[in-house]
Design a protein around this ligand. Sequence first.
Ligand code: FES
Length: 567
Amino acid sequence: MVTLSINGHSVEVAAGSLLFDSAEVFGIQVPTSCRKQGKCKECVVEVAEGMDALSERTAAEAHLRGQFRLSCQARVLRDGVRCHTMRRANMRIERHAYGLPVGRFVGQAYVPGVPSGSTFSGGASVDANAGLVLDPAVTRRGESILLDGEEIARSTGPIHGLAMDLGTTTVVLRLFDLETGELIADTSFENPQRFGGSDVMSRIAYDEEHRGLLMRTLAGYLSRAIEGLPVDSRSIYELVVVGNSTMRDLFFGKSVYTIGQNPYRSITEIEMEAGARTSTSLVSDGRRSLLPIHPRARVYGLPILSGHVGADAAACMLAVDIANEDRLIAVMDIGTNTELILGNRHRILAASCPAGPAFEGGAISCGMPALEGAIEDVAIREDGSFELGVIGDGPAQGICGSGLVDLMSELLRTERMNSMGRFEDAGSIEVDAENGIRFLESDVNELAQAKGANVAGLQVIASAYGIDFEAIDVFYLAGGFGRHLKVDASRRIGLIPNLPDERIVQVGNAAIEGACLALLSRRERERLESLVKRVEHCRLETHPDFFDFFVEGCQFKAVESAHRVET
Ligand code: FES
């Protein structure tokens, strides 16, 4: 017998057992569509320890590298294997949005953007001043189910629609009744495409080598998520997809090669410029999507803005209602690729900053994603000891992005680190001796560069707009990382502009909110199609001051505008 650990459970199995079968001992369901034949590629597991205690890779695993194995191929030969499936149950996923500018009510039902400070209930509600009208593309006439007025099915059953935010790290789905606008269910999971790399550039490189495989694996996971919804999946007649340019194009089976090469453009942008299409939005149907929705359902990918500023950023524009804004607003979604939008109904600029994985815990010695065991809050007491907040309240295993921001802010405040990122006394700081968590000066360098790219993006976009930061009326921090940051700490280290609290809104998952609006309202969708064509794209790499902005932005101090507007 040998002992191994799967998803945190220890199990004893006969030597030579498949990882797949060992997982089933615990009732851990490994995704599969091929019944362990090595064909579907869905049963991937990540091996954290003990790769050499597993059998050799088989031909069916030729597409996998690093720590990833197919559990239907890998056999446990010796003790010491620690692995987990691609769907980690304890991943913190941002499913909701907060503090959006207007109440989002559709007919009789509430579209679930949650006002700042309140708790999501998912319940129905009515607003007499509703500005948004339920107007989906799928409607009914008697027994006919119509898509844009054309019959695609006959049924007396309900009509459903799905909105999806397809992120590099996570996937969020919301299911609606399209006749009432009611939110029926929502679900989320970690994007299993992680075996192709954790950021978009590695996924692009992976897709070049193994075309279609990332999408096929995701389709397996998505199918199971859709089948798990409390309705007949064939009553889903439309799916609206938002995601960054790479995730969206991969989902639609497009080549993403050009997004990975300077000047970083989606194939849809190139085709549009050549006159081969009129929009960067993408359309497919249920049959081609490989998903268990109605075969004649429409699958609609929102248009992208430009380059890496994708359909998720476009969806954010709908969610924050930029088309009706007179105020100057900024949206910043910090990630491996930070996206920025600045403007109002008169003029909109967008930019993307290649920040890298540091703020997601990548490339940092003690870094980890926002999973159970991650330190997310850090305070330094007067006696110099650390007070730590850990996700799940168990022993700390590492520090996630918001914890790293906190830690650096506290080190600055207590003068244990200077604005250049140098430590006062040594090259490393013991954060949690008991659990062996140390923070190194070399980690600070990685974070400084990620921050430098973000600040350079902010400076370029503000100077292109001809404003200083003071002119920004509302600064939305979008995305899961932005939601969990401490605003004070972020300002102190210079990750966000030095604006007062009342102008900063940690909006959460605004992209899924925008996807819902596009699903429920044709008018919103059309409005977005014309809005994205008005967005000006700022290319950071060609801006003459980019390098200076970057170097300045690598310092840990409050960010002030480089572009000063005389008043
Ligand atoms: S179960 Fe299909 S490849 Fe392993």
